[in-house]
Design a binder for this molecule. Structure first.
Ligand SMILES: [Zn+2]
Ligand SMILES: [Zn+2]
Length: 167
């Protein structure tokens, strides 16, 4: 019994010998089926983008067919096919827009959310940190020996930071 080769793209089978395989794989029918298969996974944008770089195939326009088929360097997309692809893109954009809208609705904060957050994380009152200034002698006094205490810069030890109760 012959071993059969089954081609998924074309839904065809034939005797599996290298010559048959080669002939089938290089055949225009197989190539078209293969391209159609992969194109169905490509998005409309990339198909249109690729097509926009091509000029329409004259043979296809005049005769309704082109011997180059998929290997043709000119555009084989009909205006209807292009319109269909554009419609697909618009639909996709609209779907994305609705998705974004839904997302926005769900993240709109509610009073409940706010209260819950507040309950979990009470606002902490922090004591303001006391920053003490740094004093230093002016340049022109630095070399003067025995300065009177009134001219010396105050140091932290001069301050009584203990809490004082006033009576
Ligand atoms: Zn095939
Ligand atoms: Zn062509």
């Amino acid at each position: 019994m012959d071993k059969r080769y089954y081609c998924d793209f074309c839904d065809k089978s034939f005797t599996d010998i290298p010559a048959n395989r080669k002939k089938h794989i290089n055949g225009t029918y197989h190539q078209r089926m293969r391209k159609e298969h992969y194109d169905s996974f490509r998005d409309a944008e990339s198909i249109l983008e690729e097509d926009a770089r091509k000029i329409p195939c004259k043979d296809l326009l005049r005769k309704g067919s082109c011997t180059f088929e998929l290997n043709c360097k000119f555009s084989h997309l009909t205006p209807e096919a292009k319109a269909e692809l554009k419609r697909e893109i618009l639909e996709k954009v609209e779907r994305e827009r609705l998705k974004q809208k839904e997302k926005k609705v769900t993240i709109t904060p509610t009073l409940e959310d706010w209260l819950q957050k507040r309950g979990k994380k009470p606002v902490k009152k922090t004591n303001p940190k006391v920053v003490f200034p740094q004093w230093s002698l002016p340049m022109n006094l630095r070399h003067v020996p025995n300065l009177p205490p009134s001219l010396l810069p105050p140091s932290m030890q001069n301050f009584n930071l203990e809490r004082v109760e006033w009576e």
